[in-house]
Design a protein around this ligand. Structure first.
Ligand code: GUN
Length: 292
């Protein structure tokens, strides 16, 4: 069994990005600028955004954090998005999700100029991704693809089972694993209502678990030699930790790992790669790589 080290891979890629930024700036180019908008004080979102700002520093990007209280109105948030869309100094921006219930998330996502949508959540980017055109690809699926590539894991012609059908992970992951230019795999998507979920998993060469249920994937569901990618990051109460919780993946790691050829840990697997992919997208935005 080989452990896929997302933390080390992300560090290496951020160092590569930092080198490229140095060259861009040395040649008179613009330092990429990412803006993160954070509404409220959700613990998970606070951590994600803090890590995104830190990653910007590591990559040599300019970053700006805009904070709003939980009671901001939808109109006010839309005005913020509009301002960022028009600000030439801003290459890319994200609005951290989830948003408070009184704000229509989809309306906010669709208000973001797709040229600056480094999350890859705007329907234009989602649509372009699904037909294989250049675009911002959402960060978690892009991070997983990068891990598979960097570890030289063969995906072409393999049976890949994706657990979960979210807009952020399951659906785009399925699209990418299916496409010839990325995964080139035979893809099955399972979800909470799939009657044959266990059977599908047992036949899979690659399992990507993004179902959000701690320890869901057990050893009896995994074929000998399979590749297992764990996207789960559920906060589980843990009195032995200073924070009072630990991050729990969707895979019962201790019993599944011995059966795998490759497996990602939680934490230190997919998580750091997600942020690293956001950095890749921000660099691409700065370079106007996908859209002129
Ligand atoms: N919430 C959880 N993951 C993400 C992400 O990748 N981007 C944004 N904007 N919000 C999130």
């Amino acid at each position: 069994m080989k452990l896929i080290d997302g933390k080390a891979t992300a560090m290496a890629i951020k160092a590569e990005i930092a080198e490229e930024v140095k060259c861009i700036v040395a040649n008179g180019g613009k330092q990429p600028h990412l803006v993160a908008v954070l509404v409220g004080h959700d613990g998970g979102s606070e951590t994600y955004v803090k890590n995104k700002v830190l990653a910007c520093e590591q990559c040599g990007f300019k970053s700006t954090l805009i904070r709003y209280e939980e009671n901001i109105t939808e109109t006010e948030l839309l005005a913020c998005v509009d301002k960022l869309n028009k600000d030439d100094d801003v290459d890319g921006f994200i609005v951290q999700l989830p948003l408070p219930k009184h704000i229509d998330e989809q309306k906010i996502v669709e208000a973001i100029d797709y040229h600056k949508d480094v999350d890859g959540f705007h329907p234009v980017n989602v649509g372009r991704m699904s037909i294989g055109l250049p675009c911002f690809i959402s960060a978690t699926p892009l991070g997983i693809l990068t891990l598979l590539q960097r570890y030289h894991i063969e995906t072409s012609g393999k049976k890949c089972v994706i657990l979960g059908r979210s807009n952020i992970v399951g659906k785009p992951m399925a699209q990418l694993m299916m496409q010839k230019q990325y995964g080139d795999a035979t893809v099955t998507v399972c979800h909470s209502h799939s009657a044959t979920l266990k059977e599908e998993c047992r036949e899979a060469d690659i399992i990507i678990a993004a179902i959000g249920r701690p320890d869901f994937v057990t050893a009896d569901m995994v074929k000998e030699g399979a590749v297992v990618i764990d996207v789960g990051t559920t906060r589980v109460p843990d009195a032995s930790r200073k924070s009072g919780f630990r991050l729990n993946g969707d895979v019962k790691f201790d019993e599944v790992a011995p059966k795998c050829s490759f497996i990602t840990p939680v934490p230190g697997g997919v998580g750091p790669m997600t942020i690293c992919s956001l950095m890749k997208n921000t660099l691409a935005a700065g370079k106007k790589e996908f859209y002129k």
